[in-house]
Write a protein that binds this ligand. Structure first.
Ligand SMILES: [Zn+2]
Length: 439
């Protein structure tokens, strides 16, 4: 048997059920699938068409970003240091209304894919407008993603009449179902305050009918909590339960303002959760009860949220920040240890977006979505505990090689499928229009 690719001389952090770490490991890949992962035996290496010597680096499952709005990388740094509502309604919504079109969607998506791949993210879960153009651009890069057309009750890019918002989302799902190995379509309702009860119910029903993941921002801020309490006499999670949205095919994004009862309810309904630590910190939304949600058995993955509220898509930073935020918040350094944080960026994230049979760990039979962290650098020496090094010392820029479905998309820190110079030039040009400072 000859492998397509054989990775060797790597410390492998498998994130398998036993959380096995393998020193001097090899990974054999054929037809996009991991066929062998284990310790190198004595004697010559198994035969392969292509070899990658990891030079003692750490091989990990590709990181999974469970919540993004890919084209929003064009708004990176456009407006900072503002409350969520002011930031959104005075800056982001107007910028979207004036500048989001197929060409800018493509540029922003490619910019985000470039940033994610170079920092070790191989899969993201996205929701935005004109998502068909997001899917076309992302598909060219070879990245994996769950992609959702956004649903909102006011005129949006590509859907000028909100009466068509749910049907546009269904059209997107039907177009992309089964079309690409790496793209899974989904439906994304923006929030309870931008979608009526009727819209939420229709969109959820459509997601059920199509058999796809339903995503929604929920319990993000204290004011949202107060507003729902006032209007519906229950919490945001209680409201979703009342209207039939809480189930195992719903991804609840944020869940900052959830109490014990809410967590119990989410666990009973087996809903999935995405926590976006840095965005929630930057917008001062609060601290999501991540340790309690994990203790309740919920599938919780980490996400960056859109680039405009983060302001990057680096999941290494997200892991480091998440671990430290929960330690200082609880005054307990044992909370959110390196292992649980890495799991939240890999296997838990895969569970959250419904892909844990395919990705999230390095195991025989799973897709070869993996990354190599180059440890031959001063800030990663010495190497006592690989998992600690990944979470507390490594950065996205330390990723040297990235593979999705057995195909290298980054090799020696260079993008294989994206013309990064061209994408950056187009992004600068778009930004000049967005800021109103042409030239
Ligand atoms: Zn978001």
């Amino acid at each position: 048997m000859i492998f397509d690719t054989l990775i060797h001389n790597a410390t492998i952090v498998t994130v398998n059920p036993g959380f096995e770490v393998i020193a001097d490991g090899i990974i054999g890949i054929r037809s996009g699938i991991i066929e062998v992962v284990g310790k190198r035996s004595r004697g010559p290496l198994p035969k392969a068409v292509e070899y990658l010597d990891a030079e003692g680096g750490i091989a990990l499952p590709g990181l999974i970003n469970t919540h993004s709005h890919l084209p929003m990388s064009l708004f990176r740094g456009l407006a900072d240091d503002l409350p969520l509502m002011t930031w959104l309604t005075d800056h982001i919504f107007p910028a979207e209304a004036g500048h989001i079109a197929p060409e800018t969607i493509r540029t922003g998506t490619l910019l985000s894919c470039a940033e994610m791949l170079l920092s070790g993210t191989t899969c993201c879960c996205d929701g935005y407008f004109l998502e068909d153009h997001v899917a076309e651009a992302l598909n060219e890069t070879g990245m994996r993603a769950v992609l959702a057309q956004g649903v909102i009750d006011f005129p949006a890019p590509g859907v000028p009449d909100p009466a068509n918002n749910v049907s546009a989302a269904v059209d997107f799902v039907q177009k992309w179902q089964g079309r690409s190995d790496c793209i899974t379509p989904s439906i994304f309702c923006h929030s309870t305050w931008t979608c009526s009860e009727n819209t939420l119910k229709r969109a959820k029903k459509a997601a059920q009918d199509q058999g796809v993941l339903f995503q929604i921002h929920i319990s993000e801020t204290r004011s949202e909590q107060a507003e729902i309490l006032g209007r519906h006499k229950t919490t945001p999670i209680g409201y979703l339960e009342r209207i039939g949205i809480l189930d195992e095919s719903t991804l609840l994004v944020h869940c900052v303002w959830v109490d014990e009862k809410g967590i119990e309810l989410m666990a009973r309904r087996r809903s999935r959760v995405s926590v976006c630590t840095e965005s929630e910190m930057k917008l001062a939304s609060g601290v999501a009860p991540l340790p309690a949600m994990l203790a309740a058995g919920l599938a919780v993955g980490l996400g960056t949220d859109g680039c405009a509220s983060n302001n990057n898509l680096d999941m290494f930073q997200e892991m480091d920040m998440t671990a430290k935020l929960h330690k200082v918040h609880s005054l307990d350094p044992t909370v959110m240890n390196a292992r649980s944080v890495l799991e939240a960026a890999t296997i838990q994230a895969a569970r959250a977006i419904g892909l844990s049979e395919v990705i999230g760990s390095l195991e025989t039979g799973k897709a070869a979505d993996l990354i190599i962290v180059d440890t031959n650098q001063p800030h990663l020496v010495p190497l006592y505990h690989p998992v600690s090094q990944v979470v507390y010392a490594a950065r996205g820029a330390d990723v040297s090689d990235v593979m999705v479905q057995g195909r290298f998309l980054v090799r020696n820190r260079k993008l294989v499928t994206i013309d990064i110079k061209g994408v950056c030039a187009a992004a600068h040009q778009a930004a000049r229009k967005i800021s109103g400072k042409p030239g």
